[in-house]
Ligand binder design. Structure first.
Ligand code: FPP
Length: 248
């Protein structure tokens, strides 16, 4: 693979930067198993990749970076692993909050945050408040998130508004739904990356990725860094996005 600086130069020559990049970070467990280490060590190394990818997204000029850190289904993992992930989340916030603010990263957490342990929840609220004024990159961290639940909540709100006579069912549009999702106000992802070679969406941003370009990387998340993100963006730049239309 070419070195990161060279890849970044190529991205800049081409010019079309995806505004919103979403990533399903996968493969921490396999990375640890390959080294005969406990799974939480894989997650800890995955945290380093989060740092590298945030910096690389800023360098490339991406506006929004969405990372799937913990799914609604992940609560069913063994208690030791769930608790290791929660501690890691707190540690990440503690260690990175000032640096994220310095870099101009506005951090948001999207998901069922009330299910988080009180200390993790407090840390989340702290970093969101601390970075609310930042404008360089919006970092959406999806924690305790499931896309179907998100869509169901939007549907319930719409049904309630329709039943109360506040919304005409004939006027319900894409925007009616989008405005009621956790990502309201955010452009849809242009590029969705999944690491570790798995070819699944796993209940991530089902509504929002209708026309998103997919990039499956064979690299396990703890080995994913600047160069790998730049490779994915370069690949995206070669795509012909037609949104269902034909070329003129
Ligand atoms: C998937 O790998 C990864 C996760 C469930 C957790 C993602 C967490 C991190 C990258 C670190 C913490 C992040 C932040 C933002 C603090 P897996 O365990 O499913 O891997 P496997 O499929 O190889 O078992």
């Amino acid at each position: 693979m070419a070195d990161a600086a060279e890849l970044l130069a190529q991205i800049r020559i081409h010019g079309t930067i995806p505004r919103h990049v979403a990533i399903i970070m996968d493969g921490n467990g396999r990375w640890a198993r390959e080294r005969m280490l406990p799974r939480p060590v894989g997650h800890r190394n995955g945290m380093k990749s989060v740092r590298a990818v945030v910096e690389a997204a800023i360098e490339a000029g991406v506006d929004v970076l969405s990372l799937f850190a913990f799914s609604a289904e992940n609560w069913q993992r063994p208690a030791v692993e769930v608790s290791a992930l929660m501690s890691l989340l707190e540690e990440y916030i503690q260690r990175e909050a000032d640096e994220l603010e310095r870099q101009g990263v506005q951090v948001r957490f999207l998901g069922e945050l009330l299910l988080l342990a009180p200390a993790a929840h407090a840390a989340v609220e702290r970093v969101v408040r601390q970075t609310a004024h930042c404008t360089k990159l919006r970092l959406n961290l999806f924690v305790s998130y499931g896309s179907r639940a998100e869509i169901l909540n939007a549907v319930r709100q719409i049904a309630r508004d329709a039943a109360a006579g506040k919304l005409d069912p004939e006027q319900i549009s894409d925007a009616t739904v989008s405005e009621r999702l956790l990502t309201a106000g955010c452009p849809d992802p242009d590029l969705l990356i999944r690491t570790s070679g798995e070819q699944r969406i796993s209940n991530f941003l089902l509504w929002q990725i209708a026309y998103t370009e997919l990039f499956i990387s064979p690299v396990l998340w703890p080995d994913f860094g600047r160069s790998e993100l730049f490779e994915a963006i370069l690949d995206f730049q070669k795509r012909d996005r037609r949104f269902g239309r034909v070329d003129a």
